[in-house]
Write a protein that binds this ligand. Sequence first.
Ligand SMILES: C[S@@+](CC[C@H](N)C(=O)[O-])C[C@H]1O[C@@H](n2cnc3c(N)ncnc32)[C@H](O)[C@@H]1O
Length: 254
Amino acid sequence: MKNNQSERKKSSMPLRINKKSFLGVLSLITQELFESISTKLKLKKPKEDEVLINVRLKAERNNPNSVLSIIDNYAYKKTFLMNIGDEKGLLLEKAIKESQANNILELGVYLGYSTIRILKNLDDNSKLTSIESNKKFAEIASENINIAGLSNKHKLIIGKSTEVIPSLKEKYDFIFIDHWKDLYLKDLKILEENDLIKSNAWVFADNVILFNLEDYLDYVRSSPNYKSKFIPAKREYSKSHPDGVEISIFKNEV
Ligand SMILES: C[S@@+](CC[C@H](N)C(=O)[O-])C[C@H]1O[C@@H](n2cnc3c(N)ncnc32)[C@H](O)[C@@H]1O
């Protein structure tokens, strides 16, 4: 229990709120507060455990859409989950297909929701490597991905992205960034410095409006190395709060 609590404390999301999305973030904080009080008072299990129990009980084996819909259903009906969600999740799937990427890197896994959305679109020659710093989340994600029948094209590394990235050996042609927001730019630069981004690779960043990611956006929009575009969308599991994703194609021209 003590371990779980310290894991949860370590995993709390650093807040860099974008003024434009104040209400979106406020609603998240309220739900997180309610969740934290309920679990501390032992009124309920942590939401991540509840999601896994639901997936174990209700998901059809080897059916990725069945696992995704159980997770979405929980987030809409019970409490917020920091997955990319169904609306932006479809943008991610479309980008994976259009890019025809075959070596993909994901930063931030949580319960494996976006991982499943990526993996279900890969052919036999493609693979995904994901990095997640929270051991408990990584274990839950592994089981969700396994139930979805998608473990064979996937490698999950438990560790902090900034420390893991320099040890990676292959170049990537699609990078999905969705971990803590203060690391987006830092880790992108570490990927560049270690020559891990293929020319014409797609870099897909989530939550660029919900949180204050101006440093990241300034960089990809002004660097001659990237051709970048913003796609507006709603925050995960919300019909009104603004958010969006930034897709930046790495040209490596300088
Ligand atoms: C927004 S959630 C990821 C959601 C997931 N991409 C999805 O859409 O289903 C962010 C995750 O990043 C993880 N994380 C935070 N900092 C990290 C780091 N430095 N390295 C790896 N993972 C990290 C957190 O533990 C959390 O599980």
